[in-house]
Write a protein that binds this ligand. Structure first.
Ligand code: PLP
Ligand code: COI
Length: 357
């Protein structure tokens, strides 16, 4: 699909851009452009692919997304290499997951090559917004149902867009260990639900539990399974791993959790290093016992935004516990370095995960 490229007529000045890049935080600073592709069933599919100035959408108050939340999104990052080039990390995997999300939400499926082209075009036009150092350009492709209609049915019109946000660390403390709150009141996903896809509704439903986590002084919430309310599933916006005294790792199995691309990359890197990685259920009760006995050495959260963040402290209604005295563990930090080095192009990329832009 050919994108019509119309650069912003009034882009941010260099001085303002540099000031905004000093300490961008996460998701508050945005670049000058966006990609847009529209879909209309009656016009036989995707049309009008554009790169244009970032601007408000025009949406009728009866636009389907505003009522029934037919919305999906992705998150991936572009990294500045030392030679000045830019790396994308596994954008093909995001494009595939976006299609799976669209399928589950009865939305139009965007061809994977159009997804990747849109992301690359935004990176190209806004590459001056790439932060230096350990920062990156967070890319947020998303799709909304835009048909003007109040009946409950899949929309026949969609808007796909990609926006970009220069980011630093997701957590204020960078890779310092985070604390998590176990949600025993709320669940995130049930079998047959939407837990395995990246739709906005999953995040809306997680906010009450995340607020509870913050009330308890924690950085993030971790959810239990919806059936037995025993097994650890994932955090509000991250997957989770456990590291044991025999050197093995485990992570909750796929099904009701988001199939994280970072999760998959960590499984691959750990297995490459000869480690055993199990994808199996792990209960809160067992976690508490293993932390107390020393069998559990580390736990860490992982995701595009969070990279790899060690978990130091766990709080719950049934009591709090620490993992390895609340300190960052060597396995989490080693995997983090390995992953980040691949992302920034500082080391070999044995699995061809990097796409240069
Ligand atoms: N789980 C949830 C609920 C998420 O929102 C994310 C972030 O995208 C992840 C896991 C990690 O996925 P990924 O590694 O693909 O970013
Ligand atoms: C990501 O890591 O890309 C996420 O989507 C997590 C969160 C920022 C929603």
């Amino acid at each position: 699909m050919k994108f019509d490229i119309q650069p912003a007529s009034n882009p941010t000045s260099e001085k303002d851009r540099i000031a905004k890049l000093v300490d961008p935080g996460f998701g508050r600073v945005f670049t000058d452009h966006m990609a847009i592709v529209r879909y209309n069933q009656a016009k036989s599919g995707w049309y009008e692919a554009r790169i244009e100035a970032r601007a408000n959408f025009q949406l009728d108050p009866a636009g389907a997304v505003l009522h029934y939340a037919q919305e999906i999104f992705e998150g991936l990052k572009a990294y500045k290499r030392d030679d000045g080039g830019v790396n994308l990390f596994r954008p093909d995997a995001n494009a595939r997951r976006f299609k799976d999300s669209a399928d589950r939400m009865a939305m139009a499926q965007l061809p994977e090559d159009v997804f990747i082209e849109a992301v690359e075009q935004v990176v190209r036009i806004d590459r001056a917004w790439m932060p230096g150092g350990e920062g990156s350009l967070y890319l947020r492709p998303f799709m909304i149902a835009s048909e003007t209609f109040l009946g409950v049915k899949p929309s026949s019109e969609y808007i796909f867009a990609v926006i970009a946000s220069p980011v630093g660390s997701y957590f204020k403390g960078g890779p310092a260990p985070v604390s998590i709150w176990v949600s025993e009141n709320y669940t995130r996903a049930a079998i047959g639900g939407t837990g395995a896809v990246k739709c906005g509704g999953n995040y809306a439903a997680s906010l009450r539990a995340q607020a509870e986590a913050i009330q308890h002084g924690c950085d993030q919430v971790v959810f239990l399974d919806a059936v037995e309310r025993r097994y650890i599933e994932e955090l509000g916006g991250m997957n989770i791993f456990f590291v044991f005294d025999d050197g093995s790792l485990s992570t909750p199995p796929l099904g009701t959790i988001l199939p994280g691309i970072t999760r998959d990359s960590i499984i691959t890197l750990a297995r490459d290093a000869g480690k055993t990685v199990r994808e199996e259920p792990y209960s809160l009760e067992q976690w508490r016992k293993d932390a107390a006995s020393g069998k559990l050495k580390e736990a860490f959260a992982c995701g595009t935004a969070a990279v790899i963040s060690p978990i130091g402290k766990v709080r719950s209604v049934s009591g709090d516990f620490e993992i390895s005295g609340g300190a960052a563990g060597p396995v989490a930090m080693g995997l983090r370095k390995q992953l980040v080095d691949i992302q920034y192009g500082r080391t070999n990329d044995p699995h061809n995960w990097i796409r240069k832009v």
